[in-house]
Design a protein around this ligand. Structure first.
Ligand code: UN1
Length: 502
């Protein structure tokens, strides 16, 4: 069948040893089969051969690729950026078909990968180490960065190209090789990305693409003794399980997990701006971003008016196929995601909240064959309600009232997650206090909780992460080990801490 896709292992596209495949369907129209992709299977079965072949190939790929000078590696990534620029529209269209978000957003997703490629390419001419004075005469002391080995890259569905690019480009630039297990919901974009890297001159064994389930393929890579590094984006539960293994096996691990991001609106804020912000932050990508706004904290004086306007705007949002130009909100990724939203609306009701709008599946012409959920605003939510604390990953917004900035900061900080937050205010004192005190990896002032840029560190505190950052300059530290070299050209034994002559 022409729409049967393969894994990329040991320098070749090949069918899974298991002989099994899974279906990838358009979430806006499940009649549309995008393709069949390898169900690689568990390492104890036929999947074992594929996983072993992928790891062995990644080790060979590492030997070769890590010896290439970093500026030359950067050149391969620059080429990948150029290819994505040329094909931006086609990649975005395919991405909307398999993932659902609207075309404007999938174009943005490709652009984020392009930005990441170009940033990484230039980093190939930096990868700074440090040269510092030695405490002894005629001796130099310096540090530089070395690659680590094959990295397991495990990525989610919501940013099919951008999030993999945040991991894969820096990992490669530093000289590591890749074994990539993408989400089963967006395998087509993974095949396209792999093809682009190969076409751009990446040595074939530097990347392996292995499709399949997290519990089988993802876990096998995490457990594998010859895979020294892992970068994972996904749920906090899975991340914690990976962390246990990585801790036991001394693996380097970067975790990017859940969020429960709040937009705080002070009474002195520009209301139109705050309204635009929350509509985009809460309902863009149908709320399926780790940075999505899922709590709206309103100063009590403006609560009623703001909610009325928000309700009108949320109800007017046009749902549909992301390829149609009038669509503002696409489908959810799969039926279980819709069911989760339904469940949380029920929980909200049972805890005493009010469904101000939405709260149910969206039906109607053009929506019958997709997984649509109506943009939902819950009011009368108490800061301790479950919808105010737990990640839903859908277009469900909990509105909570507060009386002072102190209280708003306290509500923001009480959840187990700490990715992003937003404060709308016209008071510079409130703005700087919030920047300092909101317990998140990212705080926006007068801008929504979504929209991080590729050249700044991205990540969160508490249950969101494990201390590492993606993007920007920091990620290059994650993908390398620091090596220190001392060169003594004095011609005699000089004992540190002992032969100092001052
Ligand atoms: C994610 O949801 O996993 O800041 C990433 C943003 C995007 C990236 C989101 N640039 O919303």
């Amino acid at each position: 069948m022409s729409n049967t896709y393969q894994n990329f292992i040991a320098g070749q596209w090949r069918a899974p040893a298991s002989g099994e495949h899974f279906e990838n369907r358009n979430p806006a129209n499940t009649d549309e089969l995008i393709g069949l992709f390898p169900e690689t299977g568990p390492p104890s079965g036929a999947g074992g051969a594929d996983i072993e072949a992928a790891v062995a190939s990644a080790e060979r790929g590492f030997e070769k690729w890590s010896r290439m000078p970093a500026p030359e590696r950067g050149f391969v990534l620059k080429k990948a950026g150029d290819v994505m620029t040329e094909r931006k529209d086609a990649i975005a269209r395919d991405m909307t078909r398999e993932m659902g978000k609207v075309l404007e957003e999938t174009r943005g997703d490709v652009q984020e990968a392009i930005d990441t490629a170009y940033y990484a390419a230039v980093e190939g001419r930096r990868l700074f180490g440090k040269t510092v004075p030695s405490e002894l005469r005629d001796k130099w002391a310096m540090s530089f960065r070395r690659p680590i080995g094959p990295f397991a890259i495990i990525t989610p569905f919501n940013f099919p190209l951008a999030v993999p690019s945040w991991k894969i480009f820096p990992a490669l630039l530093c000289g590591n090789s890749i074994i990539w297990k993408p989400s089963e919901d967006v395998p087509l974009t993974a095949n396209t990305f792999t093809e682009i890297l190969l076409e751009s001159g990446l040595p074939p064994e530097a990347i392996q693409l292995v499709h399949g389930a997290g519990e089988t393929v993802g876990k096998a890579l995490v457990d594998h003794p010859e895979v020294p590094g892992i970068s994972f984006t996904g749920s906090t539960r899975t991340g914690s399980a990976i962390g246990e293994t990585a801790g036991r096996m001394h693996k380097r691990l970067s975790l990017e997990m859940g969020g429960k991001n709040a937009q705080i609106v002070m009474a002195d804020a520009d209301m139109d701006l705050a309204l635009d912000g929350v509509i985009w932050g809460a309902f863009g990508t149908a709320g399926q971003r780790c940075t999505a706004t899922s709590r709206l904290l309103l100063e009590d004086r403006i609560h009623d008016e703001f909610v009325a306007r928000l309700q009108a705007r949320a109800e007017a949002l046009r749902l549909g196929d992301g390829l149609d130009s009038g669509t503002e909100v696409g489908p959810m990724i799969h039926p279980a995601a819709v069911e989760k939203c339904e469940r949380y609306v029920e929980i909200a009701r049972s805890q005493g909240a009010t469904v101000a709008c939405g709260g149910a599946r969206a039906t109607g012409p053009g929506l019958e064959k997709g997984h649509f959920f109506r943009p939902t605003v819950l009011t009368g939510v108490d800061r301790n309600h479950r919808t105010a604390c737990e990640e839903i990953f859908g277009p469900v917004l909990s509105v909570i009232k507060f009386e002072s900035l102190d209280e708003a900061i306290d509500i923001n900080n009480q959840v187990e997650y700490g990715l992003s937050s937003a404060l709308y205010t016209s008071d510079v004192r409130s703005a700087f206090r919030a920047i300092n005190e909101l317990d998140n990896g990212i705080t926006y002032v007068n801008a929504p909780t979504i929209g991080a840029e590729a050249h700044l560190p991205f990540g969160g505190v508490k249950g969101t992460g494990n201390g590492h950052r993606e993007g920007g300059w920091e990620v290059y530290e994650f993908y390398t080990e620091t090596k220190v070299a001392y060169v003594d050209y004095s011609g005699k034994l000089q004992r540190a801490q002992i032969d100092v002559d001052w």
